[in-house]
Design a binder for this molecule. Structure first.
Ligand code: C2O
Length: 599
């Protein structure tokens, strides 16, 4: 720690520590990363008993895939949940089970910066009877509308529904407060994994992100529809990925409306343009530049992430440590929108700026409808790996929600993969970001930049094996590449990725740092519209109740397109620049390396 101390203006070049390759025998790697985790025989046995023959086949083949992938993960130094599954022959089925509501605990919300803390009861009413989810019957697909395009008739219905929801008694599981608490409970440590009392359930930072929120919205919508006697009611989406949607939609800003929330950033009312690269400070871009920046963020996060794990996030199984790694959209711009809307004057950036309170802002649901819509769009883009996982641990992961009749329903991820089987899709609107591919900052600098880089690196301080590093200033790291000039087919089969391992930070801190590749210009800031901008890491403040447990996660950024665009596919190394934007000095990074994703 602290090895990056240097004069503030001098960037440091740190060659990353040697790659752990998969040539190291598995066992020797495993022993390094031994993680104690109780093996719950009972719950696993149950799952395999239930599996039909067909499922069993899937489970078998997916467990093979899983071992493949695990080799890659170990190459990356992937520490999460790998060990037991490799050594444990029964571990082929370990989906996250729906939580046991009777064991739900109050959440604690803290702020490390102000030293404040409070207890939040966000457990749902208990119910003994659980119904297994069945896809609804319907006669037509309903289209969720863009919030800025709805008519007066729709608005009247929506407003009425929200009013009625807010009028339900607080102990009704369908009430506005209880529905907001659903998010708090699944995101702030109220539940443990069934059979693993030390592992808190966290549905963010992993492959559970999209399915969990899809079901959450689905039941919310059913409740609203029931309240106004309209089973065809659909919620609106906040179309922040297109120009007319880049302000808070009008219908949410009338202080007399039930769609209004006073705990929002007062400086971000319309006509203020949303910043999808938001890091806690105002950027003062012209409207035109802000649009360009936003569309570039969208292009990168949607188009350059081409495999299920890059899009959805890392695998997360029963007994695993929480928060193995976010997917593209969850990280960015999902976090930026939360932070941009939340009120900085509130102790915990309520409502949208903290997971425990985000569901208290009606705008949350429009925000997440757009996130959900992007899942549909991502799968419709060209590319043979733009599919969902086939891993049964993902498909069989389950959650509990109260439905429109206040019945407790157990849902499985496999039941929500196609929004149309749930009876809805999204109004078709323009998708402007498809045409906003980032471009290199300095055209023509391509080939030969490897040697230019080497020459330059001589002029900078070089520190070997400096990890872990604390991100308190701009840091440069030279990272070796193992495969160069790959063919198109090779690139399609394996995405070259940059992996930042063991990113550690207090969970209750807002964080954003950016990652640039071969970017040597310290004078002008790199922006999302530059090809050199590889992505960002973000955190929305939230808590778990294990005191002192830090967020410990990884960031995986696709490189194949970027290397092509910068014309550096033949280079032996890339130079990675890490720039803290929010939460400076509070984040440490365990290692950084290049690897390959095959899923
Ligand atoms: Cu569950 Cu947008 O967070």
């Amino acid at each position: 720690m602290g090895s990056t101390v240097n004069s503030p203006s001098t960037p440091i070049i740190i060659p990353s520590s040697p790659l752990q390759t998969s040539f190291i025998p598995k066992t020797s790697q495993l022993s390094i990363f031994k993680k104690k985790k109780p093996f719950n025989f009972a719950s696993k046995k149950l799952v395999s008993c239930k599996a039909s023959d067909r499922n069993q086949k899937n489970a078998d083949s997916s467990s093979l895939n899983r071992f493949d992938r695990r080799d890659i993960l170990l190459g990356l130094g992937g520490l999460y949940g790998a060990t037991n599954l490799v050594s444990d022959p029964f571990a082929s089925a370990a989906p996250i089970a729906a939580p046991d509501l009777s064991l739900c605990e109050n959440s604690t919300v803290t702020s490390s910066s102000s030293g404040t803390s409070m207890t939040v009861p966000c457990c749902p009413p208990k119910a003994t009877n659980i119904i297994d989810f069945k896809p609804p019957r319907f006669s037509n697909i309903r289209l969720r509308p863009a919030a800025h395009l709805v008519d007066a008739n729709y608005l009247e219905k929506f407003t009425k529904a929200m009013e009625l929801m807010k009028a339900l008694p607080d102990d009704d599981p369908r009430s506005f407060r209880q529905q907001a608490n659903v998010h708090c409970a699944y995101c702030n440590g109220a539940y443990d994994h069934v059979g693993f009392p030390d592992q808190q359930l966290q549905i963010h930072f992993s492959w559970l992100f999209f399915p969990f929120h899809r079901f959450y919205l689905y039941f919310y919508e059913r409740i609203l529809g029931k309240l106004i006697g309209d089973p065809n009611f659909v919620m609106p989406f906040w179309n922040w990925d297109s120009t007319p949607g880049m302000v808070i939609p009008d219908i949410y800003v009338d202080p007399t409306s039930p769609l209004y929330d006073e705990k929002r950033n007062v400086d971000h009312q319309p006509p203020k343009m949303l910043d999808l690269d938001y890091a806690g400070t105002e950027e003062l871009l012209s409207k035109r530049d802000q649009i360009k920046s936003n569309l570039s963020v969208m292009y990168r996060q949607m188009v350059t992430y081409k495999t299920p794990s890059l899009f959805h996030g890392a695998a997360y199984r029963a007994g695993d440590n929480p928060s193995p790694g976010m997917g593209s959209v969850e990280n960015n711009p999902h976090t930026a929108v939360h932070r941009w809307v939340g009120d900085k004057r509130e102790p915990f950036s309520e409502d949208m700026g903290n997971f425990y309170s985000a569901g208290r802002d009606p705008l949350f649901y429009a925000h997440h409808c757009n996130v959900d819509r992007l899942w549909n769009i991502w799968k419709s883009l060209p590319g043979k790996k733009r599919t969902d996982f086939t891993d049964t641990d993902w498909l069989d992961s389950s959650f509990l929600f109260y439905d429109e009749n206040a019945n407790l329903v157990r849902v499985k991820v496999r039941d929500c993969l196609n929004s149309r089987t749930l009876g809805y899709d999204y109004q078709k609107v323009n998708i402007p970001w498809l045409k906003n591919k980032p471009t290199p900052r300095r055209p023509g600098r391509g080939s030969g930049s490897g040697s230019a880089m080497a020459a330059e690196s001589n002029t900078k301080t070089v520190i070997r094996n400096a990890f872990p590093i604390v991100l308190d200033k701009l840091v440069r790291i030279e990272v070796p590449r193992t495969k160069k000039s790959r063919t198109k087919v090779e690139k399609e089969n394996e995405e070259e990725v940059l992996v930042l391992q063991n990113i550690r930070v207090d969970r209750d801190v807002a964080v954003k740092f950016d990652v640039y590749i071969n970017d040597e210009d310290d004078e002008t800031p790199t922006e999302p519209e530059d090809s050199e901008f590889a992505g960002s890491f973000t955190n929305i403040p939230h808590n778990h109740h294990n005191p002192g447990e830090k967020l410990d996660t990884k960031l995986t950024l696709p490189l194949s397109d970027l290397l092509e665009d910068l014309d550096i596919e033949r280079d032996d190394n890339i130079v990675v620049t890490l720039v803290p934007k929010e939460g400076k000095g509070l984040v440490s990074i365990g290692n950084i390396k290049i690897d390959f994703v095959r899923d």
